[in-house]
Design a protein around this ligand. Sequence first.
Ligand code: AMP
Ligand code: MG
Length: 345
Amino acid sequence: MIRRRICGILSAVLAVMILGGCGGSTAGSPKTRYQATLMDLFDTVTTITGYAASEEEFRETVGKIQSEMTEYDHLYDIYTPYPDMVNLCTVNSRPGETLTVDERIIDLLLFAREIDEKSGHRVNAMLGSVLSLWHEAREAGIADPANARIPEAEALQEAAAHAGFQYLEIDAERRTVRLTDEKARLDVGALAKGYAAQRIAEGLPEGMLVNFGGNVVATGAKPDGSSWVIGVQDPDGGGEGYLKKIALQTGSVVTSGDYQRYYVAEGKTWHHIIDPETLMPGTRWRGVTVACADSGIGDALSTSLFLMDREEGEKLLAEFGAEAMWIAPDGTEFFSDGFRALIKD
Ligand code: AMP
Ligand code: MG
């Protein structure tokens, strides 16, 4: 989605990586391990690893992931309109109009509204008026670093007056949506990729691992019964080092970090997760990694926890049955109780 240019180094976007090489057939299993990479979906790189009886079978699965992800990518794109499709860009560009949309848009927006409420309005998909100012400043700053600027405080304040789910009507029965304020805008960047990843993963064969640009989903153990191993990236490692390894069979691991998308302006680094209270990038954490059964929830929670203190984060985790690891600005690592059990030595 979201034709944001991938800023910084590509590897920096891949917050968590699948560790281990790509081998041949597994002992005792007639299946062979295959891997494929898809570019440009949700503005990131998707890596698919799995075991199949033949290359043809694996290709078929990859094709299915690609076509479904492309549909979600287009539907949830807030920047680009597509012919013959009402997507979130259409909704953003036609405030005041009642628009009939695909059911997958209704489902995402209902989920986003729930997360807005449960996160105490920290992750607010109706913060687009504010987030678009940061997005424009970042794009301009990356294109012309010498003149990079951050948005004016006054402009951010004015934009914040047009943020919030009170400006979005959702009629699930009629499948319509309407922005009720001229300047209100949607930005689903905090949760759409994970939400789409989860919907797609639910239709996949068992024993696959898909990394949707740092949003990792596993659909069961490898054929030999062993777990997948996911690395939690070191924020200062430039995409190389790992702080922890997590063993996972089924479920998802998602990271939000200040090193994933950023630019430099006025002598400082400005990342992409905006605290709705200050309207500036959140400063509590360097990164938060969430492990949970559902990747949509994992994506929404990792962004939420990034903007909360640990106590509040723990409460939210308990509500969704999720676990987390926090990395503080001084490098200290914190873990929820259940997360420790997932760590592999
Ligand atoms: P993630 O990488 O999943 O943590 O999500 C970051 C993305 O979510 C940003 O690139 C923005 O598109 C969007 N975003 C940033 N701050 C917020 C916020 N406070 N509420 C909702 N969306 C946000
Ligand atoms: Mg997120």
